[in-house]
Design a protein around this ligand. Structure first.
Ligand code: URA
Length: 243
């Protein structure tokens, strides 16, 4: 491929920035300064460095974001900030998109990638990927609700698959509950609607887990990081090439 395309793909900069870096002799190919954007390179064999740092070419990229409230799970929107606005230039250049959606007022774990096959597999109802949410609920959730979740909550347009409701704590004075809910589906507003079907209301919703991925304790709201090798290894259960 062309050297300038390789550099842009690696997130070094835009096409015009990369041209400037080449002119400034900041790029080497196999140890030799290269200044022409048109130079053809072999991304599997040649060693390309920018400012002395070796670059590796990635087709697919994987971002784990602690989504804050007020941001929408889309790639573009005319009114609201999107999760893409929180990531880096490489993510936008590589055209990552969120794997599933969280509501604007939901926070927590969101995976973004440009690997469409992986996203498709993780969202496929056939794969039964568990999502774990923590919810602050207005109202007291009880044993009856646990049984209703186990049986399958009936919504207006859908009967939910059996789901797990765990009551973490209850504040009887404030009449609130903290619960964890595990669902394998991903219907519109599903958790909020399931809780509402029990006569209570979700006041705050956070996603803690999606399949083998967990929200890291040290990832602040609005922060992101690339998936670790360990997390990538865990995603191989979906049988999709990740590189
Ligand atoms: N269920 C909801 O109600 N909202 C979300 O954002 C995710 C699951």
């Amino acid at each position: 491929m062309r050297l300038d395309k390789f550099l842009v793909d690696c997130g070094v900069g835009s096409r015009s920035q990369v041209k400037t870096f080449l002119k400034k002799k900041q790029v080497t190919v196999n140890g030799q300064v290269e200044t022409s954007p048109k130079t053809q390179i072999d991304e599997d064999k040649d060693q390309i460095a920018y400012l002395g740092q070796e670059l590796t070419h990635e087709t697919f990229v994987y971002y784990l974001l602690n989504k804050p409230q007020g941001v929408i799970s889309a790639t573009e929107d005319s009114r609201h900030k999107t999760v893409l606005d929180l990531l880096d230039e490489t993510a936008r250049h590589k055209q990552v998109f969120p794997v599933g959606r969280l509501d604007i007022d939901t926070h927590g774990l969101l995976l973004l990638t440009n690997n469409g096959d992986l996203a498709h597999a993780m969202l496929s109802p056939k794969k039964h990927v568990d999502k774990i949410y923590q919810a602050k609920v207005a109202g007291i959730m009880d044993e009856e609700d646990i049984l209703a979740f186990e049986k399958g909550i009936k919504l207006k347009d859908h009967t939910c698959q059996p789901a797990k409701l765990e009551i973490v704590s209850v504040d009887r004075n404030a009449s609130t509950s903290l619960v964890q809910i595990t669902i394998a589906e991903g219907k519109f507003h599903q958790v909020k609607r399931m809780v509402a079907a029990c006569g209570k209301e979700v006041a705050d919703l956070q996603r803690l887990k999606m399949g083998p991925l967990s929200l890291p304790n040290d990832l602040e709201l609005g922060d992101w990081r690339r998936l670790t090798q360990e997390e990538l290894d865990a995603l191989t259960i979906f049988g999709i090439p990740l590189a």
